[in-house]
Design a protein around this ligand. Structure first.
Ligand code: NAP
Length: 316
């Protein structure tokens, strides 16, 4: 018979890593499963100024923060597996997670910390230009657009912060926003309006993108007047960049038939991270909550692991 772990954590973003740290320190036999790289969204975030103790001035980034979190988890003896879970059986005293290769992982408790992913821009031909002009990660792709033209879709904190970051590389950055007012915090807006490289297309959405292999044309529609504007790449550049920052969608596709209670695809929990299924907890961006930040994800992970420890202790 295989191992039945005390705790299985699904996802190694800030919530999952914090849960791993606490699970390991509680001496729970803990397995952390991640399908790609640790860190989730913050692994690809340039500047994180609002995680306590994290200093952008000292060259710290999302990636450096995650590296420290991962190292800390390893120190406390958490087992790691790289696998894509496709199916879950969460009811009953032994929970089962099954990966794409048919491997089965069993645990007395499960913390779901699968996070969220960027919402697609929603324009025609979008999929054809992913990685060929369209990006959802400024940190990853900004240097590719050195001295070129870049467009950013969105008007929230992410869009405006990342647009400002992109001005360090591109010669011109234009924010395309569907309304005539930004949603971003006032302090971020003030910084943006002071930046001479930043421009705005208000009341606008991207309808369509095209190009011969790489992105060199798009159609932008004014939602108030219906007027269509054709945006073409500068012939000297041959292409332009289009970055989408219009919110996130929860990574809960694999949990559709799990019996977990959800709201708009996000998992419902109480304030102690309990889901509607005994022994199953959710932490971080994947759950219904009012503030999705690194600091709240990490706090969720700690609370969930503490609850898992109580549950396992009560089973004995
Ligand atoms: P957000 O605050 O939800 O903003 C999403 C933006 O995308 C909004 O401007 C929205 O327009 C626009 N949008 C949504 N759907 C769209 C569509 N289908 N087509 C075109 N535009 C669309 O998302 P976020 O900026 O990713 O931030 C997520 C959370 O993280 C927020 O709570 C934010 O405060 C936080 N955050 C904080 C920081 C920071 O504090 N430094 C940095 C990044 C993120 P409307 O305005 O018209 O709705």
């Amino acid at each position: 018979m295989g191992t039945i772990y005390d705790l299985i954590i699904l996802g190694a973003g800030p919530a999952g890593l914090a849960a791993g740290l606490y699970g390991g320190r509680y001496r729970l036999d803990t397995l952390l499963i991640e399908k790609s790289q640790d860190g989730g969204q913050i692994a690809i975030t340039s500047d994180i100024e609002n995680y306590p103790g994290q200093m952008v001035e000292e060259e710290e980034s999302g990636a450096t923060l995650i590296r420290r979190m991962t190292k800390q988890v390893e120190k406390f003896g958490v087992h790691r597996v790289s696998a894509a879970i496709e199916k879950t059986e969460l009811e009953g005293p032994v929970k089962r997670l099954i990966d794409s290769k048919g491997n089965v992982y069993e645990g007395k408790t499960v913390i779901i910390a699968t996070g969220a992913h960027p919402r697609p821009i929603g324009c025609k031909n979008e999929k054809d230009f992913l990685g060929k002009g369209i990006s959802f990660c400024a940190t990853c792709d900004a240097n590719f657009y050195e001295d070129m033209e870049v467009y950013v879709v969105g008007g929230g904190d992410s869009a405006i912060e990342e647009a400002i970051y992109l001005t360090k590389f591109a010669r011109k950055v234009t924010v395309i926003h569907r309304r005539d007012q930004l949603r971003a915090a006032q302090s971020i807006q003030e910084k943006a309006f002071r930046n001479e490289k930043l421009h705005f297309m208000w009341d606008s959405v991207v309808d369509e993108v095209s190009g011969d292999g790489i992105l060199d044309r798009m159609v932008v529609r004014n939602v108030k007047t219906g007027r269509l504007t054709e945006v073409l790449a500068d012939p000297d550049d041959g292409m332009f960049g289009l970055f989408g920052f219009i919110g996130y969608l929860p990574n809960t596709g694999l949990l559709e038939d799990s019996g977990l209670a959800m709201e708009n695809g996000y998992i419902r929990t109480n304030e102690d991270m309990h889901t509607n299924i005994e022994g199953v907890y959710a932490a971080g961006d994947v759950r219904v909550k009012s503030l999705r930040q690194v600091v709240t994800a990490a706090a969720d992970g700690a609370i969930a692991a503490c609850q898992a420890e109580h549950y396992v202790a009560d089973m004995q």
